[in-house]
Design a binder for this molecule. Structure first.
Ligand SMILES: [Zn+2]
Length: 129
């Protein structure tokens, strides 16, 4: 059922990992995890899904695209070489939970806008928001 208008959701797409649902009368979307997603625990999956929903509404993109952005973020920031190049520690589940919804900023800066991968610039940009 749609959380915004109570209409019955329609199945819009199925991949090996997700079944996507769309509301026929408004823009609401959600998805059920049916396969292996990121190698993290259930709480962290839930947090990343919340982040994807937030990106979807903030950036006005599909939930599937938003999930793709989360995946790209995860693979970058759990990679030691990438994190070394930024001069930061590899991110882990403790980091994700302490950052919470703030991961949206990391994703917008480092994945969506593909700004120069420069941690100092990120800190400066974020402090102005
Ligand atoms: Zn709806």
């Amino acid at each position: 059922m749609c959380l915004s208008c109570n209409a019955l959701l329609q199945r819009s797409k199925e991949t090996s990992t997700w079944i996507f649902y769309k509301c026929p009368s408004c823009e609401y979307e959600n998805a059920d995890l049916i396969g292996e997603w990121l190698p993290v625990d259930e709480d962290t999956h839930y947090l990343f899904y919340e982040i994807a929903m937030k990106l979807r509404s903030e950036l006005n993109i599909s939930l599937e695209s938003a999930i793709g952005l989360v995946e790209e973020y995860y693979s970058k920031f759990t990679n030691a070489d990438y994190c070394d190049s930024l001069g930061i520690n590899v991110q882990d589940e403790d980091f994700f939970h302490s950052e919470g919804i703030g991961m949206v900023y990391w994703i917008v800066f480092f994945v969506v806008e593909k700004n120069v991968p420069d941690y100092a610039k990120f800190v400066e940009w974020r402090s102005k928001l």
